[in-house]
Design a protein around this ligand. Structure first.
Ligand code: ZN
Length: 443
């Protein structure tokens, strides 16, 4: 597969790091002059931009959290007046004040370039017909991918979010060769195809790129086999840009290449905030290196990953981050055991006949946590004999106990009882909180 910007994506690391340092210093000078929020933070600690002399010094800089952006709603953290800003996006704000992000013309140009790199790494060429099923609106995904796909010269179909039947009709009639959307969209479309017994050969689909919420390897396998495509992951975060931060190469699918000439990434221990060495898992922290309208220093993403700077067989020298399967705020503590929904999904879907749709209900009875795991199994299994079902329940119970230390009651349910969700955290129903208080949906 061709590399979109070989000069940068294959740049020797020493040269890349020099470029990062120069851009970091330029960013700090701009921030010092034009963002009072950061100027105050610097002054509180006696830090000056010229104190940052190497990339390692980045750890001296203050961390930025989502609450800082909310407190500065809508424009306080912008480094430029609105007359320089040509686009404004925002998060959905379902759990509080939305976070607002702005882009200058240069920011938009860079954004298109970075998404073009990610799309090319995933398999896109100008011959593709790319169907976008992300919702067009305030969120960054649809517009980000749209402009990146146009940059490549592909034909873009801005379907936006819609029922799987509508997506399928357009996919067949317009001969879409690629689908870009959430993994949930892809699963719903794949399952509609299966349900309506539409032959896969009536589609022209070749590849897909999915993101915006974590999805497991098992979900990838299911999407790839049902739709007959190659599917890659990418990482998007609206506070620093949207899509275009990093993406998998189709050759390797072994981590997401970070566009390091625009983003300086670190991994920290979420509790101590110490920077962790390469390869160690922790929370991803991102500093923007070129953003003009809204430069951000050391943004705590709450996403858990690790970074690997070793060379990749695809030839790119850009470091890779591990696929994000969990966020720091998805963590559940059950009977003293720390767990993430993604770990439960991993254990369940390793067993044949189990579908990647499940629900975990946590209750407290007499001061003790009680867990019920409901999981979809294939129809054939449910109509078979009871002995097989019991065996399956036992197997899943033992696996959860052995692999995660989780004691749970198992309940097998029919296909399509639970179905896909937008985010793994929605699979958890935690009834231990205040009366009737189920986990609030994350933004
Ligand atoms: Zn690669």
């Amino acid at each position: 597969m061709p590399i979109w910007n070989a000069r940068i994506e294959r740049m020797p690391r020493a040269e890349l790091e020099q470029l990062q340092l120069e851009r970091l210093q330029a960013t700090l000078n701009r921030i010092w002059d034009s963002v009072p929020f950061y100027r105050r933070r610097f002054e509180e600690t006696g830090l000056m931009p010229e104190h940052i002399r190497s990339l390692d010094d980045v750890r001296l800089l203050p961390l930025t959290v989502k609450e800082d952006l909310r407190a500065g709603y809508p424009y306080d953290l912008f480094a430029l007046p609105l007359r320089e800003v040509v686009r404004i996006h925002a998060s959905s704000g379902t759990t509080g004040q939305p976070t607002v992000v702005g882009y200058t013309k240069n920011d938009l140009r860079n954004w298109s370039e970075l998404v073009a790199r990610v799309l090319s790494a995933g398999g896109a060429t100008k011959d593709d017909v790319i169907q976008i099923s992300f919702s067009y609106g305030l969120l960054t995904d649809a517009f980000g991918f749209h402009q990146g796909a146009e940059e490549i010269g592909a034909s873009v179909i801005p379907v936006s979010a819609g029922a799987p039947e509508q997506q399928l009709k357009i996919m067949r009639d317009f001969r879409s060769t690629a689908l870009v959307g959430t993994p949930t969209d892809a699963l719903r479309i794949a399952e509609a195809l299966e349900e309506q017994e539409i032959p896969r050969t009536s589609l022209h689909l070749r590849w897909g790129m999915f993101g915006s919420a974590p999805w497991s390897e098992n979900v990838r396998t299911r999407i790839e086999s049902l739709l007959g495509i190659s599917a890659t992951d990418n990482y998007a975060i609206s506070e620093v840009m949207g899509p275009g931060v990093s993406g998998e190469c189709e050759e390797n699918k072994g981590g997401l290449h970070i566009n390091e000439d625009h983003f300086l990434c670190e991994v920290i221990d979420p509790e101590s905030e110490e920077v962790l060495p390469p390869g160690e898992p922790g929370e991803l922290v991102i500093t923007t290196l070129t953003k003009e309208a809204l430069p951000i220093l050391r943004y705590r993403t709450r996403d858990l990953t690790s970074i690997d700077a070793r060379p990749c067989p695809c030839g790119r020298t850009l470091a890779r981050m591990a696929r994000v399967s969990s966020r720091t705020d998805d963590m559940l503590i059950i009977g003293g055991v720390k767990l993430f929904p993604a770990q439960i999904e991993q254990v369940l879907t390793e067993v044949e006949g189990v579908e990647p749709h499940y629900r975990v209900i946590v209750d407290e009875v007499g001061g003790v946590d009680r867990v019920e795991v409901q999981v979809e199994v294939s129809g054939a299994l449910l109509t078979g004999d009871v002995g097989r079902l019991l065996k399956m329940e036992n197997l899943l119970r033992r696996r959860l106990q052995a692999d995660l230390g989780l004691s749970a009651e198992l309940k097998l349910v029919e296909s399509r009882t639970i179905g896909p969700v937008e985010h793994p955290s929605q699979r958890i129903v935690d009834r231990r909180r205040a009366e009737g208080g189920e986990r609030s949906k994350r933004e």
